[in-house]
Design a protein. Structure first.
Length: 435
């Protein structure tokens, strides 16, 4: 039997599954939560129809047999998704026996599991855990959702949600875009109970009252806070005239958070306003943070990534790095079924002249573009065995970790030199192998 594979959007599959389950969800008054890790690619290659059928049958079985009011379907993929990797689908903390789960999987879903070449992971008695292999649509792209403008970055969110599991899932999705997320009333009070410091307020409709909306309306006269109501599809209704608000409809997935951010800020990106984040700390948490930072600094020092004479400056031990390890690159390419020479030419096509781009985004202080550039650079150079350049990209990433972005201009000339050496090595290798 031939294996059917097409490119598909995982978000569309998950939403179609939810739509098919709405009747039973409403009847049993159960909350279905999608908890999707940032490592899960948006577009995959595989059999979307069989996957949708499998998830629909699996969740129907769980919804029909559970006494819980919340079911969480978790999706997780490896951090470095190369070409073909397994995505983990998990439903934890179920309230029925492992024997019942096993019987259902083997009798009802055996055909689907076989078609998807899925593996059932038997870890805990009450968990359902299935690994399914998929291929990646866009190789080397580790940022699956890219906001179109830097003006949409650097936001702060206050999230107040009835379900702690739902809050955890939504928090993770906002943090994907490097947002600062404060969750719950207690955390809000610890931050100073000042609503004006937030860019977005997301509140569960269960907590929404006329008094709260009146308060938000007053705050909106003084600030640009965005008010977002988290709602069930059947309860989403008309907006009130006196308050500027929008809705976030359950189930929440990464795509809907992405679309929400664009809709909230697409009309104001030209202003490039940066909100002041100066606040008075009620409690000092730096004594806990310092321990972690010092431990991390010690580890990096041992690897010669930190300059021994100045702990604030990052430095590479160039004697341990090679410009192009073709043997390693050939092994990397072979593992995922790629042609090494094509990957080298791909690097030349993408990154030739990129030193000018890198200098430009650094001069313009386009933090988001710099970070994404380094992520893509590190991924591609690891694939081709460009050890020295991969280490360079990692060093620039550490500048973000240690809040040393003022050092970025130092690295523009260094990148030019590294790129020149690497391109020369690649061309030399291609010339030799073509003879």
């Amino acid at each position: 039997m031939n294996k059917i594979e097409n490119f598909f959007d995982i978000n569309i599959v998950l939403m179609s599954v939810f739509s098919s389950l709405e009747t039973i969800i409403d009847e049993k008054n159960i909350e279905l939560i999608y908890d999707i890790d940032a490592t899960v690619p948006k577009e995959l290659k595989g059999n979307a129809e069989v996957l949708s059928d499998l998830l629909t049958q699996l969740l129907t079985f769980v919804l029909e047999n559970t006494h819980k009011k919340e079911i969480v379907l978790s999706l997780l993929a490896p951090k470095d998704f190369l070409y073909e990797e397994s995505i983990s689908f998990e439903i934890k903390e179920n309230d029925f026996s492992k024997e019942k789960i096993t019987s259902f999987l083997e009798n009802r879903l055996s055909k689907n599991l076989e078609q998807l070449e899925a593996e059932i992971i038997d870890e805990y008695s009450s968990d359902i855990h299935i690994n399914i292999p998929f291929k990646l649509n866009e190789l080397g792209n580790r940022r699956y959702y890219r906001l179109p403008d830097i003006g949409m970055l650097g936001k702060k969110v206050l999230l107040i949600c009835e379900s702690s599991k739902m809050a955890t899932s939504i928090e993770k999705m906002f943090k994907y875009f490097l947002y600062d997320v404060v969750v719950g009333v207690d955390a809000y009070k610890q931050q100073g109970s000042d609503m004006a410091q937030y860019d977005i307020l997301v509140i569960d409709n269960a907590f929404n009252t006329d008094i709260l909306e009146n308060t938000i309306a007053k705050v909106q006269k003084e600030t640009a806070i965005k008010y977002v109501l988290l709602q069930d599809p059947k309860h989403s209704g008309a907006k009130k005239i006196y308050i500027k608000s929008t809705s976030l409809i359950k189930p929440v997935i990464q795509e809907t958070i992405y679309e929400l951010i664009i809709s909230l800020f697409e009309d104001s990106i030209d202003s490039r306003d940066i909100r002041s984040r100066e606040t008075k700390h009620i409690i000092d948490i730096t004594k806990y943070m310092n321990t972690v930072v010092k431990k991390e600094e010690k580890i990096f020092t041992q690897k010669n990534i930190l300059n021994k004479s100045n702990q604030n400056i990052l430095k590479e031990d160039e004697t341990e790095r090679v410009v192009l390890d073709s043997k390693l690159g050939e092994e990397n390419a072979g593992k995922v079924g790629l042609v090494y020479a094509k990957e080298l030419n791909k690097f030349l096509d993408i990154f030739t002249g990129s030193d000018r781009y890198f200098r430009q985004v650094v001069n313009e202080k386009q933090t988001w573009q710099i970070k994404e550039f380094c992520i893509d650079l590190e991924k591609q150079t690891k694939t081709i065995g460009a050890e020295s350049m991969s280490n360079f990209a990692n060093q620039v990433g550490l500048l973000f970790v240690y809040d040393k972005l003022d050092m970025l201009p130092v690295y523009t000339n260094k990148y030019h030199l590294e790129l020149t050496k690497l391109i020369a090595e690649i061309k030399n290798y291609l010339n030799q192998t073509s003879k």
